[in-house]
Design a protein around this ligand. Structure first.
Ligand code: SF4
Length: 246
């Protein structure tokens, strides 16, 4: 499943400079494609149009879990080496997911909707990067920042949309967009999509080669061991010491 979804051009973000910047970035983009593919299926299965869309970003004020490889991807994406002259503030957290195709391997339909806005984006424009740097300077790794708005939210849009964390990709709400300060998992959990874990686990497993040699891992971790490993290394975006990386 992971292999075919990772190669599915409808979901895969291609950026050679990003992928060559450091080992593991290709795995990360593959993993994002797997997650997006799973979300497309989950949304199609629910058969309702999500409330998420352009201009709604209150979910970006919640603590966002992410893994070390995702942190590295964000650091590279906002680095100057990827600047191409293209502005990269294309969308909010899941602006396009409401149009998701029904299948990861089918053809036609709205198949290009999830990748179209990302294919041409190569990096952050200098002014966006500067604005992000100023915001990231306030994030020194303190847990007190957990409730802060995500620093990558720029003028109401996700500045790092092509490489936004898996958690952002998996968060879909129905009925009405989130109100300011609302956590719909508490206020109306029946309107929050509960995607299955299989695509997420497949995506995370796909990134395991990057973790080998950097983290203690069994040779052939079982599904439970893999899950436990990623649980142990997952942190919260607002608790990352971004100030050190700018
Ligand atoms: S990374 Fe982007 S989508 Fe995710 S919380 Fe931050 S601004 Fe929102």
């Amino acid at each position: 499943m992971a292999g075919s979804a990772a190669a599915d051009t409808r979901y895969r973000y291609y950026n050679r400079r990003f992928e060559r910047a450091l080992p593991g970035m290709d795995l990360l983009l593959d993993a994002f494609a797997v997650v997006d593919c799973g979300m497309a299926q989950a949304i199609a299965h629910r058969g309702q149009k999500p409330a998420c869309g352009a201009g709604c970003y209150h979910c970006c004020t919640q603590p966002i879990p992410l893994t070390p490889l995702e942190i590295l991807g964000l650091r590279i994406f906002m680095g100057p080496e990827l600047v191409s002259g293209h502005a990269a503030a294309p969308a909010v957290r899941h602006e396009q997911q409401g149009m998701a195709p029904a299948s990861c391997s089918g053809t036609g339909g709205a198949s290009s909707c999830m990748s179209a806005a990302t294919d041409h984006v190569l990096g952050l424009a200098a002014d966006v990067r500067q604005a992000l740097a100023a915001r990231l300077a306030a994030f020194g790794g303190e847990t007190a920042r957990l409730g802060a708005t995500c620093p990558f939210l720029h003028e109401g849009r996700c500045a790092v949309y092509p490489v936004r964390p898996m958690a952002c990709r998996r968060y879909i709400v129905y009925g009405a967009p989130c109100a300011r300060g609302e956590d719909p998992t508490c206020t109306r959990p029946h309107q929050v999509l509960q995607p299955g874990q299989d695509f997420l686990q497949a995506a995370l497993r796909h990134t395991l080669p990057w973790y080998r040699g950097r983290y203690p891992l069994p040779d052939k971790p079982s599904a439970d061991e893999t899950q436990a490993f990623f649980h142990s290394v997952t942190t919260v975006l607002q608790a990352v010491p971004w100030a050190r990386y700018i």
